[in-house]
Ligand binder design. Structure first.
Ligand code: 25A
Ligand code: L14
Length: 341
């Protein structure tokens, strides 16, 4: 990319939960935005959004909308990315894609700036932004990698905002009504079976795959291996949806190739890039979703030794899924691109 004072930016999926967070993050991190183009489906064209005190009209996405764009941030789902990413690249833009469309493709870097920034520079026009649960997991694991990570067991507690604005509205309606029947959007609108989400916990995020794991669980396995460059890493995931609006939590157990003490993990994570350690049981201080909400950090606490295994340490990891899990990470990737322009 050519070095410039300001970069022309497009946001595809600007009206979605993640798209709005992208605009907010560009502004908060003072990204040098020149021209800004807000794109979505024809359904949202004509709607207005504000950025840095100015009002912008949302346009329907089409190839010509990417002309003159330097960086295109995509969060409109895998289908839209398949259609529009090649068009944006043809028009000379670099695409930072938040969908699952290209993440495991060999020629597409999958980047978390605190973990594998070097990978971003190897792109051929598209850089993939990882899955939200994976991002916070690898931010917490990276500082521990040189002790030899053998096995990661992770259970997630995922917020409904991962399913978009409609799911947030549905949970709020269910909670307010207190009605046992409630609305019936969950676990995913595309499947027959429906459950209430308010006052409930559902062991399904995204759809099931043939091996009995959900897609979200397989993302934790495959994306972690790619980002950490540990192709044989053992990951045992369970992804669970909870009635939280913003912020994914994870109970993580890490087994190392050698004895590692909880105190060593606490020291390594303290001050690690993007990590905030909050771990003071005596004062009931530990991470939780409301603590992470609105921030770009990954919070780690409850760091403790496995009771029967001196090679294993347990911890609780929390981040804002729309920010570090999506928009914040995407803007950090864009910053890497312009730093090296
Ligand atoms: O396929 P993937 O990769 O797994 O990703 C699937 C989805 O996951 C979200 C993101 O949803 C993505 O679409 N996502 C991805 N990563 C995430 C993460 N880490 C994540 N969520 C949380 N954390 P989203 O809601 O954030 O964004 C969706 C946006 O994409 C736009 N869009 C969809 N298809 C498009 C498209 N834009 C261009 N071309 C296409 N073909 C979408 O815009 C939204 O901005 P929209 O125009 O469809 O309208 C959104 C507005 O319309 C309302 N609305 C939604 N559905 C309906 C509707 N109105 C009427 N009828 C409907 N059926 C919404 O209220 C909103 O205001
Ligand atoms: O792969 O439902 O980026 O919380 C992000 C949101 C997958 C599902 C992704 C959720 C999606 C996830």
């Amino acid at each position: 990319m050519e070095r410039k004072e300001r970069y022309n930016v497009a946001v595809l999926g600007a009206t979605g939960a993640v798209g709005r967070a992208m605009l907010e993050t560009l502004e908060r991190r003072h990204f040098p935005v020149g021209e800004l183009r807000l794109l979505a489906s024809p359904r949202s064209a004509g709607q207005t959004l504000t950025f840095a005190g100015r009002t912008y009209t949302v346009q329907a996405a089409e190839e010509s909308a990417f002309a003159g764009i330097d960086i295109a941030l995509f969060s409109a789902g895998a289908g839209a990315s398949q259609v529009y990413a090649p068009m944006a690249v043809r028009q000379g833009a670099v695409v930072v894609d938040n969908s699952s469309a290209f993440r495991l493709q060999d020629d597409v870097p999958l980047v978390v700036p605190e973990v594998n920034p070097h990978a971003a520079l190897q792109h051929h026009g598209i850089i993939a932004n990882p899955n939200c649960s994976t991002i916070q997991l690898v931010v917490a694991l990276k500082p521990l990698v040189d002790w030899g990570i053998e096995h990661v067991t992770v259970a997630t507690y995922q917020a409904v905002s991962g399913m978009g604005q409609k799911a947030i509205d549905a949970l709020q309606a269910e909670t307010a009504s207190g009605d046992r029947e409630g609305t019936t959007l969950f676990p995913v609108a595309s499947q027959e079976q429906r459950y209430r989400m308010a006052f409930n916990v559902l062991p399904q995020c995204d759809v099931f795959t043939e091996n009995g794991y959900t897609k979200e669980e397989m993302k934790l396995v495959n994306e972690s291996r790619k980002i950490l460059e540990l192709p044989h890493l053992r990951v045992s995931p369970t992804a669970v949806r909870v009635p939280v609006v913003y912020g994914h939590s994870e109970a993580v157990a890490v087994r190392f190739a050698q004895p590692v003490r909880a105190e060593q993990v606490r020291q390594r994570l303290t001050g690690a890039p993007g990590v905030v350690v909050v771990d003071d049981p005596a004062h009931a201080l530990y991470p939780h979703p409301l603590m992470a909400e609105g921030t770009g950090d990954t919070y780690v606490g409850r760091i403790r030794q496995d009771l029967g295994d001196d090679h294993s340490v347990l911890m609780f990891v929390v981040a804002d899924n729309l920010l570090k899990g999506a928009a914040w990470n995407a803007v950090q990737i864009a910053e890497l691109l312009i730093q090296h322009a």
